[in-house]
Design a protein around this ligand. Structure first.
Ligand code: PGA
Length: 257
């Protein structure tokens, strides 16, 4: 973390978990124990149908609500899809784009990721763009090339003011939902690579200001060590964001003075 230059952001990614009543129960449990989290922003990315309720439930807190996906078109004949404007109007602040599960199961590509990033920014949302290598790619030694490609595609065509608003989440595929976390050094190294790509594309000021998260089996036990890396400015958390005590411990790790 480097709080002097950029926000630390702890974001939960609920994926396809929690009904409306479970969302309410989570909020009622979290709110009384949350504290001020002065040093970090807390975001909960929840399933579409739970967004209006989540916005209402967390209205009197500093927890921002995020979506897990969006469509890049504004409106039209796209059955089952949700646009950036629809999200904005119900109070969404952040939106996850290009999560590896969407790339794998729903054919998202680096090109659709770029279109989605632009649509989100145009509507005034902050994209959380996910990038990451598979185990095979890491073993072949092409992690840094792949991450460079993914980040450059995601941010292609943006100006510096837009690039500043992006959050990048480095999520190695082999660490997602597996209980196998990247070491702090591995996470720190790739997040540093991401910052240097941004520096080359948009300059040192933008690079210094962009929040880069780590994601992939981050939990109450390993969060502090990962966040101690200078280029790891937070976490995108799946499994451990579903239980209040675990999520709270990660928030507290990010919130140490
Ligand atoms: P995990 O998921 O924390 O359960 O590994 C992270 C993510 O997919 O964003």
């Amino acid at each position: 973390m480097n709080r002097k230059y950029r926000k630390t952001i702890i974001a939960g990614n609920w994926k396809m978990n929690k009904t409306l009543s479970e969302t309410k129960a989570f909020a009622e449990e979290l709110k009384p124990v949350l504290g001020k989290h002065k040093w970090c922003e807390v975001v909960l990315c929840v399933p579409f149908v739970n967004i209006p309720a989540a916005v209402r439930l967390f209205k009197d807190t500093r927890v921002a609500i995020g979506a897990e996906n969006l469509h890049f078109e504004d409106h039209g004949a796209f059955t089952g899809e949700v646009s950036a404007n629809m999200l904005k109007e119900v109070g969404v602040k952040y939106v996850i784009i290009g999560h590896s599960e969407r790339r794998e199961y729903y054919n998202e590509t680096d090109f659709t990721v770029n279109k989605k990033v632009k649509a989100a920014l145009e509507a005034g949302l902050h994209p959380i763009v996910c990038v990451g290598e598979s185990l095979e790619q890491r073993e072949l030694g092409v992690t840094s090339e792949l991450i460079t490609y993914q980040v450059k595609c995601a941010l292609a065509g943006l100006d510096a003011a837009q690039a500043r608003k992006i959050v990048i989440a480095y999520e190695p595929l082999w660490a997602i939902g597996t209980g196998k976390t990247a070491t702090a050094e591995q996470a720190g190294e790739v997040c540093q690579t991401i910052r240097s790509i941004i520096r080359k594309e948009f300059g040192a000021r933008v690079a210094r200001a962009v929040t880069i998260q780590y994601g992939g089996s981050m939990n109450a036990k390993n969060a502090a060590e990962l966040l101690a890396q200078p280029d790891v400015d937070g976490g995108l958390i799946g499994g451990a964001a579903l239980k209040v005590p675990d999520f709270l411990q990660i928030i507290n790790a990010a919130n140490q003075e």
